[in-house]
Design a protein around this ligand. Structure first.
Ligand code: PRP
Length: 208
C-alpha cells in the first residue's frame, strides 16, 4: 500500500518474533519495544535534512552535516510511552509531547484524557509513536489534533498494523507516511490485531 513502509530489516523481524511470543515477560517486552522503536525511527528519519557544517578533526578541516530540522516525538499513552526512550537515545535533541487516548472497549472509539502540546508547534517533523494501529481511530485522532495545532510534517511509527487501520489512516491522512515492523492479518471481533501480540499496554506495564 502506498505510503506504508514495512521494515525489511532482519533485526526488526527477529525482535518482533520474540515480542509476539506470549512467553516473553514484561521486562524483555519493554526492552524489545524500545529497541524496535529505535530501529523503525532510524528508517523513518532517513529523509531528514542536513545543513553543512565545517569541523576540525585532529588532522584537518572537513565538511560535515548537522540536522537542520527539529523533531517532536508524540507518544500515545499508555502503550506509546515505551517507544520513547529508544528513539530519544537516537535523537537526544527531540522534544516529547504526550497525548493521552484510550479506546472505549465497547465503541472502540478513542477517548482523549490528556494533551501536553506546547502552545505553538516548534518543530519541523512530528513522529507519532504507538505500537498498535488497530481500527486506526487513535492514530487518526492524534494526527488531526497535531494538524489542527499547526504541525506540518507528520509520520506515524508503530510496531504492528492491521489492514483495516492502515486503510482508515491512509484515507483520512494520505499525507502521513506509516512505518511499521509488520502488517498483520486482520482485526478480531473485539478489535484486537490477529496474530498481533496481545495488549501492548498491559504487556509492557504488567497490568494484564
Ligand atoms: C491501544 C493501542 C493504541 C490503540 C489502537 O491502546 O496502544 O493506542 O489501542 O487501537 P485503534 O487503532 O483501534 O485506535 P489502549 O486503548 O489499549 O490504551 P493503552 O495504550 O492505555 O493500554
Amino acid at each position: 500500500m502506498e505510503g506504508v513502509f514495512v521494515s525489511p530489516h532482519p533485526l526488526v523481524k527477529h525482535k518482533l518474533t520474540i515480542l509476539r511470543d506470549k512467553a516473553t515477560d514484561s521486562n524483555r517486552f519493554r526492552q524489545l519495544v524500545r529497541e524496535i522503536a529505535l530501529l523503525l525511527c532510524y528508517e523513518a528519519t532517513a529523509d531528514l535534512k542536513l545543513e553543512p557544517r565545517t569541523i576540525h578533526t585532529p588532522l584537518a578541516e572537513t565538511e560535515g552535516g548537522q540536522l537542520s530540522e527539529s523533531i517532536g516525538l508524540v507518544p500515545i499513552l499508555r502503550a506509546g510511552l515505551g517507544m520513547v526512550d529508544g528513539v530519544w537515545e537516537l535523537i537526544p535533541g527531540a522534544e516529547v509531547w504526550h497525548i493521552g487516548l484510550y479506546r472505549d472497549e465497547h465503541t472502540l472509539r478513542p477517548v482523549q484524557y490528556y494533551n501536553k502540546l506546547p502552545v505553538e508547534p516548534r518543530v519541523q517533523m512530528c513522529l507519532i509513536l504507538d505500537p498498535m494501529l488497530a481500527t486506526g481511530g487513535s492514530a487518526v485522532a492524534t494526527a488531526r489534533l497535531l494538524k489542527n495545532w499547526g504541525a506540518k510534517q507528520i509520520k506515524f511509527v508503530g510496531l504492528i498494523a492491521a489492514p483495516e487501520g492502515l486503510k482508515v489512516m491512509r484515507a483520512e491522512h494520505p499525507d502521513i507516511p506509516i512505518h511499521v515492523a509488520a502488517v498483520d492479518d486482520h482485526l478480531n471481533n473485539v478489535g484486537f490485531i490477529v496474530p498481533g501480540l496481545g495488549d501492548a499496554g498491559d504487556r509492557q506495564f504488567g497490568t494484564g
